[in-house]
Design a protein around this ligand. Structure first.
Ligand code: FES
Length: 224
């Protein structure tokens, strides 16, 4: 699922919680990534800006004529980050010159091990679902705020540090997710659409219209 509008160029994809202890699933809408739409192309994605502590190293998503590949961007020699694959379908580590193919194989040392690869699910047309074992799924709990006269819900979740989050809702399991604005205090204005994770439980507050619906908290990745 892609929620690009409010993120002006950095938004691009989202990760959503699954059942407790399942790996995270990163959903990419291919139409939001021109390099992934035709011929060969690649993008490098991360949960936090470069230089910030991130829950996992960036990944590189690439496609050739028939297949998609997802590999870690962390060089297996001494952990420098490699850039997205060029038109040659290779990427050269800036530290000591190791070169890798877009499927992760080593073309030239000193690295001797391939880049770790991630499993993909492509069952939904136009959407890549990338399985990320490093990103444990997380619980989201929702409770009605007790303050009389309000229809406010408290949405609590365990956040990863330096990762931007947004709140989503939909009216049925088959309807599209919509971004919801929220407050960061029980009595505050619901005028936020993102919040940065702090590495522990966080609570945000969403105004409910009283009808039934489904809520999710979604972590954002950005192209780096
Ligand atoms: S860290 Fe990549 S070649 Fe040394």
């Amino acid at each position: 699922m892609v929620l690009g509008n409010a993120w002006a160029g950095i938004s691009i994809a989202s990760i959503q919680p699954r059942a407790f202890r399942d790996p995270g699933v990163l959903r990419l809408n291919i139409t939001d990534f021109p390099p992934l739409q035709a011929g060969f192309g690649a993008v490098r994605l991360a949960f936090a800006s470069l230089g910030q502590v991130s829950p996992m190293p960036p990944i590189i998503v690439s496609r050739d004529d028939t297949d998609f590949f997802v590999v870690s961007a962390e060089c297996t020699h001494q952990s420098c980050l490699i850039p997205a694959f060029a038109a040659t379908k290779t990427s050269t580590c800036p530290c000591h010159g190791s070169r890798f193919g877009h499927d992760g194989r080593v073309i030239r040392g000193p690295a001797s091990s391939p880049l770790p690869r991630y499993d993909l699910i492509t069952e939904v047309p136009g959407v890549l679902q990338i399985i990320l074992p490093e990103i444990a799924s997380y619980d989201v709990t929702i409770q009605r705020v007790a303050t009389p006269g309000t229809n406010r819900l408290a949405v609590a979740f365990r956040s990863m540090p330096n990762v931007d989050y947004e709140v989503l809702s939909r009216t049925s399991p088959s309807s599209p997710w919509q971004v919801r604005s929220f407050a960061i205090s029980e009595a505050g204005s619901a005028d936020r659409t993102s919040i940065k994770g702090i590495g522990s439980e966080q609570v945000v507050y969403v105004d409910s219209d009283g009808s039934s619906g489904l809520f999710a908290v979604s972590a954002k990745v950005r192209q780096v």
